[in-house]
Design a binder for this molecule. Structure first.
Ligand SMILES: [Ca+2]
Length: 447
């Protein structure tokens, strides 16, 4: 009997394999310091962003998406690990310094989404800004990326790719290899080349743009940094009018937009769009002003605060999910955080995350079936600032100052309701304390 069944079972297996959808490509585009109001589709009247607007109108645009931190390194750590970045040490509360100490980065032991997808058979490439450690032991190539081209530190000249400290900071894998060109264009050139070379197998492409971080240089602005000089006190670029940075930022945003358009066009030309999830988001909110007289930089729309702060302007950011045929177009106010991307990507890639104890939630049933996400508490810590979000409530504290806002009525965080709602404030404060004990316990091994 068994002998007769065997061919049937085999043929079922083979036909099952033939029918199985191959795992999708994943293109993760992260903009740097792009504010909630910097794109046309989020209300900008200054910047023209037709390509990203098209991504939004044909995809799912989120109005309540949050970066895990209000600065670069924290959010990048959460994106790559699916955990609260605080689990990897207090230093990840803020942007990492460029100190090349191997302890000054995302620990090599961290399991990244690139490692997980690579294990699942994906080609993995990262092009752009790392900012998770300036040491080869904690490098993208040691964290699951087959290929890396870009900068290791937090900012480089867009025309010369010289770091703030005056070093050459443009790497091909583990070697300095300087190139001519504008950073946003170069990142895209390498990304498109990667797509072309890996079109026949699933790929995970992490495009980590430096735009629109300072130095504030559009494609037509002159080079500033030269090798061998230190720019710690002159890191913003050549800016004839510090009181009005917006024209430079506009040029940077529009170049970013054109380069997102180039990636979309490449996917379309290669017939990959229908098997590719594209995610676009920012790593933190925009700067409105910066000490030293820099004004009129970005826009965070109606939000209070800016980059580095835990008011909404510091971490509520643009986010778009695009996958023609799989994700219906629309706008959603579901509350999502950067760390949710890891489990979402892993699940699409057929990878198990059971033993990783992730903090993020798989967004699949929300993205593909529009099932609302479960009620949950989300936490932020940025040095001395602390906050919790649950439903419409946002609790915020710094030192002894405690604030409570109802974001449904008061998106701009203008009216502190803590005294009127002491029980809600106390509940969220206690949740924050419990969360901090938990993440600090995880972090101990890395400190
Ligand atoms: Ca940033």
């Amino acid at each position: 009997m068994r002998l007769f069944l065997l061919p049937l079972v085999l043929s079922m297996l083979i036909s099952g394999l033939g029918n199985a959808e191959s795992p999708p490509n994943i293109v993760m585009i992260m903009a740097d310091d792009l504010g909630y109001g910097d794109l046309g589709c989020y209300g900008s009247q200054i910047n023209r962003t037709p390509h990203i607007d098209r991504l939004a109108s044909n995809g799912l645009r989120l109005t309540d998406f949050h970066s895990n931190g209000p600065m670069c390194s924290p959010t990048r750590a959460a994106l790559l690990t699916g955990h609260y970045q605080q689990r990897y040490g207090k230093r990840l509360d803020k942007a990492l310094s460029h100190n090349p100490d191997p302890d000054n980065g995302l620990p090599a032991e961290a399991v990244t989404i690139a490692e997980v997808l690579k294990e699942s058979g994906y080609a993995t490439g990262m092009f752009g800004k790392w900012h998770l450690g300036n040491n080869l032991n904690v490098w993208p190539t040691k964290q699951g990326f087959d290929e890396f081209v870009g900068l290791a530190t937090g900012d480089g000249d867009f025309q010369t790719q010289i770091s703030r400290e005056g070093y050459e900071d443009w790497w091909h894998n583990e070697t300095i290899e300087m190139e001519e060109g504008y950073t946003t264009d170069l990142i895209t050139d390498h990304s498109i080349d990667f797509i072309k070379r890996h079109q026949s197998k699933p790929f995970f492409l992490y495009i980590a743009h430096l735009a629109i971080h300072f130095p504030w240089q559009g494609p037509e602005d002159p080079p500033h940094r030269e090798k061998g000089k230190n720019y710690a006190d002159d890191k913003w670029g050549i800016l004839p009018d510090r009181s009005n940075i917006a024209p430079h930022v506009k040029a940077m945003v529009e170049s970013l937009d054109a380069n997102v358009g180039r990636v979309l066009a490449a996917l379309e030309e290669l017939n990959l769009s229908e098997n590719t999830l594209v995610v676009f988001c920012s790593d933190n909110g925009g700067y409105i002003s910066y000490s030293g007289g820099f004004e009129n930089i970005s826009s965070n729309g109606p939000l209070r605060g800016q980059k580095t702060e835990l008011y909404e302007g510091g971490h509520r950011v643009p986010a778009i999910f695009y996958w023609p045929g799989r994700i219906d177009s629309g706008v959603s106010d579901q509350t999502v955080m950067t760390m949710d991307l890891f489990p979402t990507f892993a699940s699409l890639g057929g990878a198990s995350t059971d033993n990783l104890d992730l903090d993020g939630n798989d967004l699949g049933s929300f993205l593909f079936n529009r099932k609302p996400l479960l009620d949950r508490q989300l936490f932020w810590r940025a040095d001395t600032e602390r906050s919790v979000r649950q439903g419409d409530w946002k609790w915020y504290a710094e030192d002894d100052r405690v604030e409570l806002y109802n974001l449904a009525d008061d998106l701009g965080e203008t009216t502190n309701l803590a005294e009127k709602n002491p029980e809600i404030a106390a509940r969220l404060a206690s949740a924050w304390d419990k969360w901090e004990k938990d993440v600090n316990a995880s972090a101990r091994r890395f400190e």
